[in-house]
Write a protein of this length. Structure first.
Length: 325
């Protein structure tokens, strides 16, 4: 039996959603040390998998040309809240099944067969190596408003990757709300967004990325980094407003507004379709940031989970059975 462990990820946004530009998408995000997903697998003659990862396990067996596996999702990420559960669960399953059968996982190559990497490459890149990631996007002429059939794409290349400073922290606020868009619903919304995306927003995003965000991560400046990812998120929200009810989906917008006034938070925004809200902070201010987030939820009368986590600067890890197992 083998065990594969990976962390969640935050998705700050895309570089471009307009077909007027040569490259489409181009994800920007960061790997988190927590929460985590843990998948265990061992070889078997047939497939026996937990329901959450059964589809990924079946596709993994087909891609690896193995007869089956016993697959268990020992620890799961919160699903469809903007933390990348779909990709991390699928890739951890692929890697575990491959290791169980002593086969090379070749995660980047096989991710499309698991329906991963069709838009953002951030989830695959953070699974591989962690850190802060910017991917190169897809050629716009291949995707148009109707993307290629499942699996008929390559995962976007990593354009930029940086380790995140050890003392930086990310505030996670997961309000009690409906799940974020996923599956067919997400596909439909993304097509609608791309059909009417304003090309000038991508030009503004390029300026934020090259003149603010990349210098901030390269120099380890948490204040400028937070302000830059918040700006990137607001610009992305202008594209999504018609599909999610505003620049941020309710109730994320009210929480974002409340946390902007916190001196413990350098920048705040919504991860992917939400409802998870992130805040950029550091080790010294982490406690205050969490207190301010709980106060914001209380003021709004909204329940939810608040935690402060570190970034993850390494990819998924694989090991044998735990000592007590």
């Amino acid at each position: 039996m083998v065990r594969v462990e990976t962390g969640a990820r935050l998705h700050f946004g895309f570089q471009n959603l307009s077909l007027a530009h040569e490259r489409l998408y181009g994800g920007v995000g960061v790997a988190l040390d927590e929460p985590r997903a843990v998948v265990e697998a061992e070889p078997a003659a047939t497939l026996d998998a937990d329901p959450t990862v059964e589809r990924a396990a079946r596709r993994a067996c087909e891609a690896l040309d193995v007869p089956g596996a016993r697959v268990r999702l020992v620890e799961s990420l919160p699903r469809h809240v903007g933390l990348g559960s779909g990709t991390q669960h699928a890739l951890a399953t692929l890697a575990a099944v491959a290791d169980a059968h002593d086969r090379p996982a070749r995660v980047r190559e096989r991710a499309p067969a698991l329906d991963r990497g069709g838009r953002s490459g951030v989830g695959v890149a953070t699974f591989e190596a962690g850190g802060f990631v910017v991917d190169a996007g897809h050629p716009a002429e291949r995707f148009t408003t109707a993307p290629p059939r499942p699996g008929e794409w390559a995962v976007p290349a990593v354009a930029v990757r940086h380790d995140v400073p050890a003392d930086w922290r990310f505030l996670l606020v997961i309000p009690e709300a409906e799940s974020g868009k996923h599956g067919a619903d997400e596909d439909e919304s993304m097509r609608a967004v791309i059909e009417r995306a304003d090309a000038t927003v991508a030009d503004e995003l390029a300026a934020v990325l090259t003149r603010r965000l990349l210098p901030a991560i390269a120099e380890g400046d948490v204040e400028r980094f937070g302000a830059a990812v918040a700006a990137l998120g607001r610009l992305n929200g202008a594209w999504y407003a018609d599909e999610q009810g505003g620049v941020y989906r309710p109730p994320a917008g009210e929480v974002v507004a409340a946390l902007r006034g916190s001196p413990a938070v350098s920048g705040v925004g919504q991860s992917s379709w939400g409802p998870t809200i992130y805040g950029v902070t550091d080790e010294d201010r982490a406690g205050t940031a969490a207190d301010d987030a709980r106060a914001a939820l209380d003021e709004l009368g909204v329940g939810g989970d608040v935690r402060v986590v570190a970034a993850r600067n390494e990819g998924a890890s694989a090991s044998g059975p735990p000592a007590d197992g």
